[in-house]
Design a protein. Structure first.
Length: 207
């Protein structure tokens, strides 16, 4: 069981830029975010070459095709396979920003649970803890949820920690998600950087 003392405070959202930070915009200009300049970025075309798209999960048999996605990591060398690692096994931060299509059937079932589990299906793990979970909004109907979750697969020895924001647009035709995390020790060591990346994320509400 995850220790009750395992707790993180979320930093307030900030859009300010500082030295050592680079701003990225996806190819479709649907969102932007800041990364430490030493981290690596992977475009949608690179992620599509992986066997499975990272942080893109089916929920209740439904899938959400990617319109745009960007992966990133803080590893020692640039390698797109870094982003496909199990978060609980990752020794450096990994994550993804994605914009995905929501079909007509899925619109009727869209929920906070779908917004999170389509990115990281931690509900299926008996040993998981939502340390923080709260409503989140960019305004103009771009609403969803912000979660900090610790989890551990029953077959794994390591704990993973992820910071995740996921929203849908006003007419629920698109899902916008941002996630970053790694194993417990890595997250504690890199918490400020991970929160800075996720909290810097902005979506294009006019696209």
């Amino acid at each position: 069981m995850i220790a009750a003392s395992f707790f993180f405070l979320l930093a307030a959202c900030s859009g300010t830029e500082s030295d050592g930070v680079v701003t990225f915009t996806d190819d479709e200009r649907l969102s932007r975010f800041d990364l430490p300049e030493s981290w690596h970025v992977y475009e949608h075309s690179e992620l599509s070459e992986l066997e499975d798209m990272p942080f893109d999960e089916q929920v209740q048999g439904f899938s959400f095709p990617a319109i745009s996605s960007v992966g990133f990591d803080g590893g020692p060398v640039r390698d797109v396979s870094n982003v496909a690692k199990d978060l609980a096994e990752a020794e450096y931060p990994i994550g993804s920003m994605s914009v995905r299509q929501v079909g007509e059937v899925e619109k009727d079932l869209l929920s906070r649970a779908m917004l999170t589990q389509s990115v990281l299906p931690y509900y299926g793990l008996s040993n998981s803890e939502e340390i923080t979970k709260e409503d989140f909004s960019f305004g103009n109907g771009f609403d969803g949820v912000r979660v900090l979750v610790a989890f551990q697969d029953e077959t794994a020895t390591a704990q993973g920690v992820a910071y995740l924001i996921s929203v849908s647009n006003e007419d629920d035709t698109r899902m916008y998600s941002m996630i970053a995390g790694c194993n417990r020790e890595c997250f504690i060591a890199n918490q400020d950087a991970i929160e800075g990346v996720v909290d810097s994320w902005l979506v294009n509400k006019r696209a």
